[in-house]
Write a protein that binds this ligand. Structure first.
Ligand code: SAH
Ligand code: SF4
Ligand code: F3S
Length: 450
């Protein structure tokens, strides 16, 4: 590659899960610390970071079409952008990207992106570089301080996965489970609040597997960490995602009844409602075990909103087994959920299992499942009508005077009021649609920021 000018502007495009959003923000902060500024909306950036996801085939293929588009836009504009590929595709297919896409000058894995600035120096000098090391916790220490941020923030507390569900690439792309130290997290949360956050979502591939030692040397699980964060003044809401049924403990369930700042929402993927399929997926829980666990959450916090993830068409899934998923859905009545067609991922055990399901069968099952999930989501929203709750204002709506925020149950609520982003507005939920509700503020504006 030819040497090039030091980039003046950057753009980070993050795909996939919220962990990638967190990583993307942090990469942006590192670039900003070097004087590179975010490219204005609609303008080409000198440096583009594609922060990729490998979870399903479609997501992984996207990176090559994106690179193609960037190269074409660069040719038309007469200047080539520097391209970095980060995230889980970089981890899984680093060498292949370098071979297939000559326009890419940097490939950096999700555990190595704190070294992006050094790689950038090389790229400017005309060298291509790949870094997919997994030095566990190092990246968090090397990252610069947060600047001014919005009212909601992500905080990665745990990373990696040791569960090895037979369909999933995450244990390979993110490595083994690690927990960030308690003290680091409490201080990062404090800084997030000082920078403007009023709600923090704790992130982990298996967030409830987090464990650590508190400042008195006592062993703590996620509930202990949440108790500590709840003591931070100015932090109003705490959420966490994604949990695994096998890592749940009594303390976390109880926390939902004890900590007012912990929002009444639980995202707990189940994937299938059939025990044979669950076993073949290596999920290590049964459908019944999962349902009993949800009952305990409902006992601790009766209004808790439940969410889950589902896969249809896992190898060998019969019509009767799929019907088990539908009946689990009927029983739980999810407030929200994510459902996917099984996607065979290279290197995972399920990819070579017998009984791969035809695309049309998966399409049809997904449609039926989503119809049931949409029905329940609308019913949940309709059942919220008449409730009064706090809405955390996140952004302006389409029309003047209109605002959008989130209810404690993570529903989108829009309303008209004289308020500002970051306010907690008390509103009555007046009307429900499938994806949002209309609220009526109780007080014209109830700003609790000084
Ligand atoms: N650690 C989390 C989430 C992992 S990825 C958990 O275990 O719950 C998010 C979701 O993507 C998974 O819950 C699963 O529903 C889906 N997923 C993962 N691998 C997949 C694959 N190969 N095909 C289709 N969906 C997949
Ligand atoms: Fe993937 Fe299973 Fe780990 Fe979730 S628990 S990240 S689905 S291997
Ligand atoms: Fe995708 Fe990696 Fe997240 S594969 S879902 S970006 S952990």
């Amino acid at each position: 590659m030819k040497p090039t000018d030091t980039p003046k502007t950057y753009r980070v495009k993050s795909f996939g899960c919220q962990m990638n959003v967190y990583d993307g923000d942090r990469m942006g902060e590192m670039l900003a610390a070097r004087g590179i500024t975010p490219a204005p909306e609609g303008e080409d950036a000198d440096l583009v970071v594609l922060n990729t996801c490998h979870i399903r085939e479609k997501a992984a293929e996207k990176v090559y079409s994106d690179i193609g588009r960037l190269v074409k836009a660069g040719e038309e504009a007469g200047k080539k952008p520097l391209i970095a590929v980060a995230g889980c595709v970089a981890q899984a297919e680093g060498e292949e990207i370098m071979a297939r896409a000559p326009a890419v000058s940097m490939v950096v894995g999700p555990q190595a992106y704190h070294r992006l600035p050094e790689m950038l120096d090389k790229a400017v000098a005309g060298e291509r570089a790949t870094d997919t090391d997994m030095p566990a916790i190092a990246k968090f220490d090397a990252l610069p301080q947060r600047r001014k941020i919005g009212p909601t923030a992500f905080l990665t507390v745990q990373e990696g996965c040791d569960k090895f569900c037979t369909y999933c690439v995450v244990p390979y792309t993110r490595g083994a489970e690690i927990s960030r130290p308690y003290g680091d997290l409490v201080s990062e949360a404090q800084k997030l609040v000082e920078a403007g956050a009023r709600e923090i979502t704790l992130l982990g591939q298996n967030v409830n597997a987090w464990s650590g030692e508190d400042d008195k040397g006592r062993r703590q699980g996620l509930a202990g960490l949440i108790h500590a964060l709840a003591a931070i003044d100015g932090l109003e809401r705490i959420r966490y995602t994604t949990s695994h049924p096998m890592d749940m403990d009594e303390a976390l369930i109880a926390a939902h009844g004890e900590i007012a700042k912990l929002m009444p929402y639980l995202h707990l993927p189940v994937q299938s409602g059939n025990d044979r399929v669950l076993k073949a997926m290596n999920r290590s829980h049964t459908a019944e075990g999962y349902l009993r666990l949800l009952e305990r959450f409902r006992a601790a916090r009766p209004d808790i909103a439940l969410s889950g993830d589902f896969i249809v068409g896992f190898p060998g899934e019969t019509e009767a087994e799929f019907a088990g998923t539908l009946s689990l859905v009927d029983e739980v009545k999810y407030a929200q959920a994510f459902s996917f067609k099984y996607s065979a991922r290279p290197g995972t055990p399920a990819a070579t299992m017998d009984g791969q399901i035809a695309r049309e069968v998966m399409d049809e099952r997904l449609q039926r499942l989503q119809a049931a999930l949409n029905r329940d989501q609308l019913a949940f929203n309709q059942a919220s009508v008449g409730k009064t709750c706090e809405v955390l204002v996140e952004r302006k709506g389409k029309h003047p005077g209109q605002w959008l925020g989130k209810s404690p149950w993570l529903q989108s609520v829009w309303f008209e009021a004289d308020c500002a982003i970051g306010d907690l507005v008390t509103a009555e939920l007046a009307e429900a649609g499938p994806n949002s509700l209309r609220g009526i503020p109780k007080v014209a504006a109830l700003s609790s920021v000084g």
